[in-house]
Design a protein around this ligand. Structure first.
Ligand code: TPP
Ligand code: SF4
Ligand code: MG
Length: 280
């Protein structure tokens, strides 16, 4: 069944079987289920296979530089707080090239949904290791296997006191849908790290591998307990899935803005501005 966020007549440039197809479907359906209006949704991305996702969603989008989706998304939300803003991209884009922006978007608590397609590889550039590639992962560049410690985005976001932190597996669509919906309803920065197979360049982290090496957090997990969330985030075998932590607190926009009106509707008082300059 087609729905408003489905962009028609578009050639999708992903390999058959890629986990990105599941994420595209999920994003479109969740936006639709939340009854958001297309004109009020902006998806900002960078460069990569994952970063193509907003080109296939019928909403507003901005395709920026590699790793730079978060600062652009921050600016979009600041300019018009009424918009639903998403920053979307891959593990290389968001945790590698854009790693610095990741840290500071969390600290600012910008009201946006941060969706990361985590396939543990650079897909677009043909299979080099990414920051989340596991030790021993062999690639055309890391021929002897990755020697670096993999970046744990969930633990990192929790350490920085993010207000909403979650991980899902696109192979488990039911949980992914519930969690992504909750992220959109959260007021403040919300990280949803999505485990996504790259069927062409990551022969290690397949659909079967992600299924075998992940497990739901379980009903005993208390998502208001940050210490418990951090302990669970450090578990890697299996990797827990679900909402690790959620807590609403004042957002960046709420703390710095005097007005909630979109910037383009504000009129400048030139006389007052001149008086201020003169006072300097
Ligand atoms: C500044 C800059 N450095 C490097 C590149 C090359 N490059 C393009 S996409 C990419 C990695 C993409 O990996 P990821 O974000 O994990 O996306 P995927 O393709 O796996 O979905 C790199 C290194 C670039 N486009 N710009
Ligand atoms: S290279 Fe990997 S991530 Fe890119 S479209 Fe193909 S399967 Fe998907
Ligand atoms: Mg990737």
């Amino acid at each position: 069944m087609s729905h408003p966020f489905e962009r028609e007549n578009v050639d999708i440039a992903w390999c058959p079987g890629c986990g990105n197809f599941g994420i595209l479907k999920l994003v479109r359906e969740v936006l639709d289920e939340l009854a958001l209006e297309q004109r009020n949704v902006v998806i900002v991305s960078g460069i990569g296979q994952a970063a193509k996702n907003p080109y296939y969603v019928d909403a507003n989008m901005f395709g920026g530089l590699h790793g730079r989706a978060l600062p652009v998304a921050t600016a979009v939300k600041a300019a018009n707080p009424a918009l639903t803003v998403v920053a979307e991209g891959g593990d290389g884009d968001m945790y590698g090239e854009g790693g610095n922006h990741f840290l500071h978007a969390v600290r600012r608590n910008v009201d946006l949904v941060h969706i990361v397609h985590n396939n543990m590889v650079y897909g677009l550039t043909k299979g080099q290791a990414s920051p989340t590639s596991l030790r021993g992962f062999r690639s055309p560049v890391q021929v002897g296997g990755v020697v670096n410690e993999p970046l744990n985005p969930v633990a990192l976001a929790l350490a920085l006191n993010a207000g909403f932190v979650a991980r899902v597996n696109i192979g488990g669509a039911k949980l992914a849908r519930e969690v992504l919906k909750a992220a959109f309803l959260h007021r403040g920065y919300a990280l949803v790290d999505i485990l996504q197979p790259c069927v062409t360049f990551n022969p290690l982290n397949t659909y079967a591998w992600f299924k075998e090496h992940s497990r739901e957090l379980g009903t005993e997990h208390d998502a208001t307990d940050r210490e418990a969330a951090l302990r669970r985030a450090l578990e890697t075998e299996p990797m827990p899935l679900g909402i690790f932590y959620r807590e609403e607190r004042p957002t960046f926009g709420e703390q710095v803005r005097r007005s909630t009106a979109p910037l383009h509707t504000l009129r400048h008082d030139l006389k007052r501005l001149q008086e201020r300059f003169d006072a300097y």
